[in-house]
Design a protein around this ligand. Structure first.
Ligand code: SF4
Ligand code: SF4
Length: 291
């Protein structure tokens, strides 16, 4: 596999802007979190409303079509509702959350924000299992109960949250697991149940608790002889934080992936020298909602 040369992914067209609104702060401490988020990890600060607004104005001039926010946990950002409302003035928004902070009152407020917005607001709620014990073994005590309550609140407010699950089973079992998760969402009264299965990245807590990447796990030019490199999400998106713009959500805590102070400075190719790029290549992975 190794022909010795590291390819660079071109920026084909900037379509999607990610915003690290929750920083690395999270109320949970999942054992597989690839950026090791938790209640005490403030390595990446939350984004303020003013910082989000600045990146949005820039994104508009660059023709960005849609937006994603993530963390950490976005609902512990004290300005989250103002942030959601302002992003929806610019385009469709997908919110990545662990769901545990969403109450009936918050869900109603989210409904009001959606009803007065021009663009769609969607949610992705992350869990591990439809079984409480298996879920909480990774996500911590009561995470299952709180996430199910959050999903139900969103469903009652008329949203259809997409369930996001990190694969802890063999890929051949995807179809079976997906149908079990769909049943789980139906039981939670989600109107249009959908599931997104993601590969694990051997970074952060997952590297500590499972294993880090092996020396041979990286990409070379040869890896893209039969794979269109512009299918990688870094060919069409960038990740904004409160401290600069990074290539993608996966490498957001890696200083080598920081491409500039603003989006304009990141409109250039990025060398795929990180082992995480190997996971993107072999799985065809994208963090976006649509497969
Ligand atoms: S995986 Fe998600 S919910 Fe879990 S600690 Fe990381 S950011 Fe928080
Ligand atoms: S980790 Fe994936 S999305 Fe990020 S730069 Fe590498 S290939 Fe692109």
């Amino acid at each position: 596999m190794n022909d010795g040369t590291i390819p660079a992914v071109p920026l084909k067209k900037l379509e999607t802007l990610w915003l690290q609104v929750g920083g690395t702060l999270c109320n949970l401490e999942c054992t597989h979190c690839f950026i090791s988020c938790g209640p005490k990890n403030d390595t990446i600060a939350m984004m303020s409303f003013a910082q989000v607004k600045e990146r949005l104005e820039e994104s508009k001039t660059l023709g960005v079509k849609d937006y994603y926010i993530t963390g950490g946990e976005v609902f512990i950002n004290p300005e989250i509702f103002e942030i959601l409302a302002v992003i929806l003035r610019y385009g469709p928004l997908d919110v990545l959350t662990n769901g545990t902070q969403i109450s009936a009152v918050k869900a109603r407020r989210l409904r009001e924000i959606q009803d007065s917005a021009d663009h769609p607001l969607r949610f992705r709620v992350s869990m591990e299992s439809f079984e409480e014990g298996a879920n909480d073994a990774i996500r911590g005590k009561n995470a299952y109960r709180k996430a199910v309550a959050g999903i139900r609140c969103l469903a009652h407010a008329g949203f259809s949250p997409i369930l996001t699950v990190t694969r802890t089973w063999e890929e051949e079992q995807d179809a079976e697991m997906e149908s079990r998760f769909i049943e789980f969402l139906r039981a939670a009264e989600v109107p249009k149940p959908q599931v997104k299965i993601l590969p694990g990245f051997l970074l952060g807590k997952l590297a500590d608790n499972e294993r880090p990447y092996r020396d041979e796990e990286y990409v070379t030019e040869k890896c893209f002889e039969d794979f269109d490199i512009t299918q990688l999400q870094c060919a069409t998106s960038r990740m904004a934080t409160g401290d600069g713009v990074y290539v993608c959500p996966i490498l957001v805590d890696n200083p080598k992936a920081r491409m500039g102070d603003n989006i304009e400075e990141t409109l250039r190719p990025f060398p795929l020298s990180h082992s995480a790029c190997y996971t993107c290549r072999v799985t065809g992975m994208t963090c976006k909602s649509a497969p």
